[in-house]
Every structure is written in C-alpha cells, then in structure tokens.
Design a protein around this ligand. Structure first.
Ligand code: COA
Length: 196
C-alpha cells in the first residue's frame, strides 16, 4: 500500500507526562496485542459494546494497516518507546464524513489523552477532505461524551435507547492549505467564476 505517513506531534498530559501522537504502522501489531492485554473488560465493553473481544492476528494486522486517507489511526506513545497507551481512529463512511472511535489504557484514562487524539485525528481528517465525524457511544459512557462535549467541534448528540449518536463539525478548523488556491491564482479564478 502506498502510504504517506502524517507527522508525529508531541503533547503533555494533564499530569505532566510528555507523549507522542504518532501514526499507527503495520509493525505495531505486537504493540497492539500488548495494549489489548492491558485493557479492562469495562474499557472493552465501552469501546466494542461487548467485554469479550478477542483480538485475532488478522484483525490486528487490519487495525495497524491503514492508508491515512479513508482509514487513519494515531497512537499515543511515550517519547522513549512505541508502547501504545491510546488509539484514535477514523473510517470514512461517506465522501465527507468518517466514524471515529477511541480507546485509552485504563491506568492513563482521565489525563487528556483522548482529547489530544481527537484533535490530531480531526486535523488530519480535514486535510483528507473530511468535514464531519460521527460516533456511536453507549449513553452511560460519560468520559467519551465529555471528550466530545468539551471539543471545539460543535457537538450534536442525539439519543436512541442506550446509545448516543454524536456528530462533530470539523469545518471549525481552518481550510487545509492544499484546498486553498495559491495566492497568485486566486484573482484569475475569481474572474473565471464571475457570472457573465
Ligand atoms: C473515553 C476515553 C477514550 C476518554 O479518553 P481520556 O483520555 O480518558 O479522556 P479525558 O482524560 O479527557 O477524560 C474525559 C473525562 O472523563 C473522565 N474520566 C476519564 N476516565 C475516567 C474513568 N475511568 N472513570 C471516571 N471518569 C473518567 C475525566 O475526568 C474527564 O472528565 P473531566 O474533563 O470532567 O475531568 C477513555 O476514557 C477510554 O478509553 N474509555 C474506554 C473506551 C471507550 O469508552 N471508548 C469510546 C468508544 S467511541
């Protein structure tokens, strides 16, 4: 697969640990298995709506092999290793829209890793022409709903039964440079677009 990997960024958690937000890679499969082992049944239930999710090698390879256009995933790792502490991913489900999901290692929840992953994922998605994120979240999942509600993306939440459906508007982020015509071309384009 021909993949252009997006840039790695650094951030500091609410409790002061320096971390990296880095693109997931095919060679993260062993790191993903280790991460999965450390997740509680409750975190798995919140993420997958079932506490008994077995991670097969085939699924792990798929989760780590993304094109960063229609499927993207960023990982929170410490500076000194590729250990996975959290993952945020999107899968495009329409030309301008993608479904997102997040999971952070239990011991590190509540430190702002989820919001950092959301912000990085949103920035990258916008560069890929995606202007809306959607998510299906268990209504009882206050931490995830808090992350969405506290985000700058004008969250809209609708509830059906025990599920909350969230929509986030990524157009609050600036238009990516690649979609803006170069300055010298702008007047010419305006002329061309002007009604006769
Ligand atoms: C939902 C999740 C991704 C949020 O990531 P995070 O890094 O913990 O996010 P934050 O640190 O910003 O915490 C979000 C809020 O929930 C609270 N919180 C986080 N973990 C918590 C926990 N285990 N118990 C109670 N509250 C918790 C935080 O205090 C924070 O609230 P505040 O902003 O009012 O202080 C993470 O908690 C997680 O992985 N949960 C299990 C998987 C899951 O639910 N995935 C969502 C499926 S789409």
């Amino acid at each position: 697969m021909d993949v252009t990997y997006p840039a790695e960024r650094r951030f500091t958690t609410r409790t002061g640990e320096a971390m990296r937000l880095r693109p997931i890679r095919p060679d993260d499969v062993p790191n993903l298995f280790d991460f999965h082992e450390r997740l509680s049944r409750e975190s798995l239930r919140m993420r997958y709506f079932t506490p008994r999710r077995r991670l097969t090698n085939e699924v792990a390879v798929r989760l780590c092999t993304v094109d960063f256009r229609d499927r993207a995933a960023f990982v929170a790792s410490p500076l000194e290793s590729d250990t996975i502490h959290g993952i945020g991913r999107y899968e495009r489900d329409a030309p301008n829209s993608a479904e997102v999901a997040f999971i952070v290692e239990d011991a590190l929840q509540g430190r702002g890793i989820g919001p950092a992953l959301l912000e990085r994922l949103a920035e990258h998605a916008r560069e890929q022409g995606i202007d809306r994120f959607t998510a299906a979240v268990l209504y009882e999942n206050t931490p995830m709903l808090t992350v969405f509600r506290n985000s700058p993306f004008r969250p809209q939440v609708s509830v059906e039964g025990d599920c909350a459906f969230v929509k986030l508007d990524l157009t609050v982020l600036p238009q990516p440079a690649a979609q803006t015509p170069p300055k010298s071309l702008a007047p010419r384009l305006r002329q061309l677009r002007a009604p006769a």
